[in-house]
Write a protein that binds this ligand. Structure first.
Ligand code: BES
Ligand code: ZN
Length: 646
């Protein structure tokens, strides 16, 4: 924790309480000095939480939970430390589908509480009248289908012998298993005591404390502690038959034993990435950087849970070619986990900065050419994405009122966010920009941030208050505008010179060049598959498949582009591979576009989609199925059955 940061908090506490430092009375604000106060500004009001944190807020959570694989629920207590304003008598928590038995003070005396009206997107507000209590004990269990939790049967794991539990909190899922104020601007320290079946190991996004303690005949209790305040979406758990292998002095990987060797080999560059990141962004503040490679149902590529990044196994290609993912999740240790979007409207502050930072780590570890290629691919994705979006989705800072945060999840916060930062860098020079970014992370370490704070600080620190330069940079248009500002820094045009001429040759009718392909790296192959004509007759798809062995690729990003192309052109010979892909992993980024594309082709694709979805759905995380269920594919199957029966 930095001195400037502590001073800033002390100063804010003074403003809040209105007393001078010489006053004898202690400040009424009883926040510990490692917890940032709530940002009191309009753009920091979170429409996705029921909490009113300026009146009463949670600042520490202590979980004591039993993980019950038979009942598929966690049950126990959450003890919440709260900080309250003078004239406040109630505190509002977030929850979703929790079974709350009672809420008491720390002595066990019951407190009055009530559940408000449930909203489909946000869950149920829980309002507690706390009286003199400043510690609330919520006795509860998670409900059926808790949206953050996925319970895997043994068959859904690599080992096949033990069940597995994993959680995914971002954006507003953790309220389905932790009754706290689930808002990224309400930072909380936390600790946990987790009891699991003896054969299994529990890991969390925190420091693990001591050895597991036997609990009767059948259980073991694991303890965890996070003494840095985090936004609650970063509290995460995984339980399974997992083992650990160190990668370096401060990094290592957890995985099922079957997967561990391949996982460790793929992650061999982790220590170099951490060093590169520290050189670029300042000291790594979280102690260890470990990762867990999860079973294939994990709905994301990666999730930046502090001290323990969660990873999909689909990034394992055997040649480290998809490890920009690690650079990305590691970079979140600064962008997102130190300085955190105060609300989901400013999600780009987390993700756009992280894509920028990821690209810089890639450059430091793999060189300038790799950087240029990453940048060019990101810009190409952005171009394509912007063509498919509605206008409200195009600004960096978006209005999510009445919407689920997932509705704002697309390439804009990622790729447009990164393009914005690269544009500023191009204007002011790399050295000045890097220094500004280090300052940003330091000034806002362990604190919430908003878009307008970023714009204000760019003007103040980077542009020295020079209004004309601010104007020329088009800052407001970048952040709040829909159209791409014309000062956009273009990626180097020659990053893919050779591939681009191969694309031209192919589009002119040429045969795909297998020799050139085998000399290309993954970025080049992705460029090729994304750049060629997308409407192709079967003979040309045959040629691609034959020459480039696309159905056989072990690289899932390449496979994804190939399968998209295949669906787009009703290419039957790719169907067995498509079915295998969709029934063996549940990463939303892969699954959702492929199933949606199939479903949109009502004649050819939709029956295929229905059949595959019926088989694959049990494998998918609730986050992945949420959108896909809306396609009503399973109703098709029921209809078919019905008409077959009658
Ligand atoms: N934090 C995100 C994942 C996320 C975003 C989860 C929004 C829930 C809501 C993570 O850092 C991420 O962006 N993952 C990407 C990988 C990355 C290389 C772009 C993914 O999962 O594909
Ligand atoms: Zn990210």
């Amino acid at each position: 924790m930095t001195k400037t940061w502590m001073a800033a908090i002390a100063a804010m506490a003074l403003v809040v309480t209105g007393c001078r430092s010489s006053d004898p009375e202690p400040p009424e604000n009883n926040l510990p000095d490692n917890v940032a106060p709530i940002l009191d500004r309009d753009d920091a009001v979170d429409v996705h939480s029921f909490a009113k944190p300026l009146e009463a807020r949670v600042y520490h959570v202590a979980l004591d939970l039993d993980v019950d694989f038979d009942a598929r629920r966690v049950a126990g207590t959450a003890t919440l430390d709260i900080d309250v304003a003078d004239d406040t008598e109630t505190i509002t928590l977030d929850s979703r589908n929790l079974a709350i038995e009672k809420i008491t003070d720390i002595e066990g005396n019951p407190l009055d509480w009530s559940a408000g009206e449930t909203s489909e997107a946000l869950g149920t507000p829980i309002t507690v009248t706390f009286g003199d209590a400043r510690k609330l004990v919520v006795h509860y269990a998670s409900g059926e289908d808790a949206s953050a939790l996925q319970w895997l049967t043994p068959e859904q794991t690599a080992g096949g012998r033990h069940p597995f539990l994993l959680s995914q909190g971002q954006a507003i899922e953790n309220r389905s298993w932790i009754p706290t104020q689930d808002s990224p601007g309400i930072r909380q320290t936390w600790e946990a005591q987790i009891t699991v079946p003896t054969a299994l190991t529990a890991v969390m996004s925190a420091e693990s404390v001591g050895e597991p303690v036997p609990e009767g005949e059948t259980g073991r209790t694991f303890k965890f502690e996070m003494d840095k305040s985090v936004p609650p979406y970063l509290i995460a758990i995984a339980v399974g038959d997992i083992e650990f292998r160190p990668l370096g002095l401060r990094s290592g990987v957890w995985a099922e034993p079957e997967l561990l060797p391949a996982a460790a080999a793929e992650l061999a560059d982790t220590e170099s990435m951490i060093s590169a990141a520290e050189d670029l962004f300042g000291p790594y503040d979280w102690g260890r950087y470990d990762m867990i490679v999860l079973p294939p149902s994990f709905p994301y590529g990666g999730m930046e849970n502090p001290r323990l990044t969660f990873l999909t196994p689909t990034f394992i290609a055997g040649d480290k070619s998809l490890t920009a993912l690690i650079a990305h999740e590691l970079a979140h240790s600064w962008s997102g986990n130190l300085a955190t979007n105060a609300t989901w409207a400013d999600f780009w502050l987390n993700e756009g900065m992280t894509v920028w930072a990821e690209q810089r780590i890639v450059e430091a570890v793999y060189g300038e050419e790799a950087y240029a290629q990453q940048v060019a691919l990101s810009m190409e994705d952005l171009d394509e994405e912007l063509g498919n979006l509605e206008d409200w989705q195009k600004p960096l800072a978006i209005d999510l009122k009445g919407k689920h945060p997932d509705d704002g999840f697309n390439g804009v916060p990622y790729d447009k966010g990164a393009a914005f930062l690269r544009t500023i860098e191009a204007e002011v020079g790399r050295e000045a920009f890097d220094q500004f970014m280090r300052g940003w992370f330091q000034r806002h370490a362990f604190s919430p941030v908003t878009s307008s704070m970023f714009v204000e600080e760019l003007k103040q620190y980077l542009l020295d208050g020079d209004e004309e330069r601010a104007e020329a940079l088009m800052l407001e248009q970048w952040v709040y505008g829909e159209d791409m500002p014309e000062n956009l820094a273009q990626p180097p045009a020659d990053a893919f010179a050779e591939v681009d001429s191969a694309i031209t040759a192919f589009n002119g009718g040429g045969t795909p060049n297998s020799e050139a392909w085998s000399g290309w790296n993954t970025a080049e192959r992705l460029r090729f598959l994304g750049g060629i004509e997308q409407d192709l007759p079967t003979v040309r798809l045959d040629a691609l498949n034959r020459e480039l062995a696309l159905n056989e690729t072990g690289n899932n990003e390449i496979l994804f582009l190939w399968l998209k192309l295949a669906i787009n052109n009703r290419y039957d010979p790719a169907l067995p591979r498509l079915e295998r892909f969709l029934t063996t992993q549940g990463r939303r980024k892969f699954v959702a576009p492929l199933i949606t594309a199939l479903a949109e082709d009502t004649e050819w694709g939709r029956p295929i989609a229905a059949e595959i979805y019926a088989e694959a759905r049990p494998l998918y995380h609730p986050i992945t199925t949420r959108g896909l269920d809306e396609l009503n594919l399973l109703a098709d199957i029921d209809d078919d059955k019905e008409s077959a029966e009658t």
